[in-house]
Ligand binder design. Structure first.
Ligand SMILES: Nc1nc2c(ncn2[C@@H]2O[C@H](COP(=O)(O)OP(=O)(O)OP(=O)(O)O)[C@@H](O)[C@H]2O)c(=O)[nH]1
Ligand SMILES: [Mg+2]
Length: 721
């Protein structure tokens, strides 16, 4: 078996092999309830690196992985988790739309063996679609560890579809899946074994007959599915039949059927009747096919006694967060100094080896310090990501959301918003996507509007650099923690204001599944960190290096030969080395000020002057709109180009000489609040179609950032800094 795009980090694109024309294609939809291990199964089968986590709503967009075997090209589509075909949240809608509208050959329905009966309810809905289907019962390791057992043959016999027992964690059963896919694809579809109560079947039959009157529903399987979905009060399906010529007749018949069934079953809606039916079938099936593990107090129960304790829960959570930022700073700064020193050494070597000129300058003053200044924060970023990953993988994320629900509700946000907000500490782009798990559109837009205040990992380099330069090392970890917490608190306050002014009403009540605690897989953690490191280094080597070349060019040209000549004469006439050095520094500073960037900087300087920023910091701030690391690399380039002083070698020393403490704090405030990077902004645009919100989103964080920075700068001034 060969996987074609598994070594791409997040899949999606296909790298053609040229052989694909000859291959027969099979398209498989991987559907199942959230957190059952769909993405893990694809990873385990193919070596792909789809993102997994121990909470519902990890996958929010469909992802394709291609595998080849025995002359077949199999496209596996990993879908977001979906509780039922009566889906509500935007990410569930992605899965539902795919299942309804796309052309695919078969469904692999993944179920969690721990919660089999609940999962089977969705399985029945999928079986109603009358497509070729395989049931994969995953997490078999957990059930067996507790002394339970799933009877595969029994399940197959009762459901009438192939069943595979798997453990994605232990790589058990997963290799069988591809063979089954090919076998099911090449064989006839088995006969439908799923029938409801006779009284319901009678009505389904009536509806099918009516649907057959329309040329759209000649296929009996499809007509049966539509009939069942109509009984299940599926709005999407209702919209489809609404436009048919038979609609009036059908609508009348439906009304009558609803009334009859509701009377007969004494239920409020036919949808409830079908739910009860499926529930009863699932229960009966589980009784026959699952040996239940004996009930005992699990590790999860014992851990939860402490971790979601009504009084201790929150302080424990805050302690974990504090610890994370301490470690991020303390442990991260050790290799940081080595990396910094290594890049300074490279710059010095380039200066020594290459003849003076544009090439020497673009390398030693442009690319090397810029890329180095960003790469040196890789250790900090990896530690922060490790922390977020642990939160995701262990199952603690859902608990933290639960603990903070009451608190967040006071600020007009719902507890579930905690997940996108925390993801925002890693990267704002997936965090905007993760907001899809919020059902209520108002909750979702508020969360997205304040998400930018959760400092992403790209802002970490700016913070660590400024903290290193302007605060005592002993407090560094605490300062970092305070910055992150302040961002979060500001987010809550803004959410409250938005809720009061623009989005009146209450946030949705908290509904979220608490998954069992799971030990994170070291391999999965390693892979996630490796992907992160690779992406970060790639960004430093491409985007940041490119940006630094532009900054270097703009800050080195145009050359004023008259100025250089006049200074060269002065330097030659200088009496001693010190005077020479002084003149060289003056020349470098003047040239920089006269450069293109100097001119641009001077033009925008007045906007930032009230915050104590000189033109260089102003330019770096604006450049940070592209990506936050660019703030650091721009400062590195600007201070390297304009600095001929051999004494202050590191960027930190140069910053201390050129920026005041209060301006540095104002810069931290700006970075914390103003618009995130281009990638994040375009994601927001893609996720939020309303122009009014897009416009608001582009303006308000920047105005707020300036005002807050101005306030802090002046407050520090009053306090005597
Ligand atoms: N013990 C055990 N854990 C598993 C197994 N498969 C997945 N997991 C864990 O279950 C959690 C959920 O896995 P995912 O692959 O993200 O689940 P998903 O179905 O893709 O979830 P959504 O994308 O949210 O719908 C993760 O913590 C996995 O490590 C398994 O077979 N055994
Ligand atoms: Mg997933």
């Amino acid at each position: 078996m060969k996987c074609r795009n598994c070594d791409t980090d997040e899949s999606g694109s296909r790298n053609g092999t040229g052989t694909e024309q000859k291959m027969k294609k099979i398209k498989v939809a991987l559907a199942g309830q959230p957190n059952v291990g769909k993405s893990s199964i694809i990873n385990s089968m193919t070596g792909a690196r789809l993102h997994v986590g121990n909470f519902s709503g990890v996958t929010v967009e469909k992802k394709e992985i291609f595998i080849e075997k025995d002359g077949y090209e199999i496209e596996m589509v990993d879908l977001p988790g979906i509780y039922s075909l009566n889906a509500y949240t935007p990410e569930e809608q992605v899965a539902k739309k795919f299942l309804y509208n796309e052309d695919y050959d078969l469904i692999i329905n993944v179920a969690d063996a721990n919660t089999l009966s609940r999962n089977l309810i969705f399985t029945f809905q999928l079986m109603d679609m009358q497509k070729k289907m395989i049931l994969v019962v995953n997490m078999i390791d957990e059930v067996e560890k507790q002394g339970g057992k799933v009877d595969r043959d029994k399940l197959e016999e009762l459901l009438g579809i192939p069943v595979i027992l798997t453990s994605a964690k232990e790589h058990r059963g997963v290799d069988e899946i591809v063979d089954h896919v090919i076998e099911v694809y090449t064989s006839q579809k088995p006969k439908n074994k799923l029938f409801y109560d006779e009284r319901i079947e009678e009505q389904i039959e009536k509806l099918v007959k009516m649907l057959h009157k329309s040329p759209h529903f000649k296929d009996p399987d499809e007509a049966r599915f539509i009939a069942i979905r109509l009984l299940d009060r599926d709005e999407e399906v209702y919209k489809v039949i609404h436009d048919l010529p038979i609609f009036i007749e059908l609508h009348e018949m439906l009304g009558q059927i609803y009334r009859e069934l509701e009377m007969e079953f004494d239920e409020e809606s036919t949808s409830d009747i079908l739910s009860d039916e499926r529930y009863a079938m699932a229960k009966a099936l589980v009784l026959k096919a699952l040996k239940k593990p004996p009930k005992k107090l699990t590790l999860t129960d014992r851990l939860d006694r402490l971790l979601i304790h009504p009084i201790l829960g929150l302080p424990i959570f805050l302690f974990f967060m504090w610890l994370l930022f301490q470690i991020t700073f303390e442990v991260g700064s050790v290799p940081m100094e080595w990396i910094d020193a290594a890049f300074t050494e490279i710059s010095n070597t380039i200066n020594a080896v290459l003849p003076a000129g544009a090439i020497q300058s673009v390398l030693a003053d442009g690319i090397v310090p810029a890329v180095g200044s960003v790469i040196m924060f890789l250790p900090n970023i990896l530690i922060l990501f490790l922390g977020i990953n642990l939160l995701e993988q262990t199952g603690y994320m859902a608990r933290a959301a639960f603990l903070l629900d009451g608190f967040m509700k006071k600020f007009g946000l719902q507890g579930k918003a905690f997940i996108p907000l925390v993801s925002g500490f890693g990267c704002t782009v997936p965090a905007y996507m993760a907001a899809r798990t919020l059902k209520n559109p108002k909750d979702r837009i508020i969360t997205m509007l304040v998400l930018g205040f959760m400092s992403c990992s790209a802002r970490l380099p700016v913070y660590v650099l400024l903290i290193g330069a302007f605060f005592p090392t002993s407090h560094a970890g605490n300062i970092l923690f305070i910055i992150y917490i302040s961002g979060a608190i500001l987010g809550l306050i803004v959410a409250k204001i938005l809720r009061m002014v623009l989005f009146k009403g209450e946030p949705e009540p908290f509904v979220m599944e608490m998954p069992p605690y799971r030990f994170p897989s070291m391999k999965a953690l390693g892979v996630e960190l490796w992907i992160k490191a690779k992406l970060f280094l790639k960004k430093a080597g491409t985007f940041i290096a490119g940006a630094s070349m532009i900054i270097w060019f703009l800050s080195s040209y145009p050359h004023d030969s008259l100025l250089v000549q006049s200074y060269e004469a002065k330097i030659e006439a200088a009496i001693d080395e010190a005077a020479k050095m002084q003149l060289q520094s003056e020349l470098a500073a003047k040239e920089l000020e006269n450069s293109y960037l100097g001119t641009i900087g001077k033009t925008i300087e007045p906007v930032f002057a009230p915050l104590g920023f000189d033109w260089r910091v102003s330019v770096a701030t604006i450049a940070g709109l592209a990506a936050k690391e660019v703030v650091v690399s721009t400062l590195a380039t600007l201070y390297a180009v304009g600095d001929a002083d051999e004494k202050s070698n590191t960027l930190i020393e140069r910053l201390r000489e050129n920026i005041s403490f209060k301006a540095a704090v104002a810069l931290i405030v700006i970075i914390m609040i103003y618009s995130p990077c281009i990638a994040a902004m375009s994601t927001f645009w893609a996720e939020v179609p309303q122009w009014a919100w897009r416009g608001f989103y582009m303006v308000y964080p920047n105005v707020l950032a300036w005002l807050m920075a101005f306030g802090v700068y002046n407050l520090l001034g009053v306090l005597g800094y």
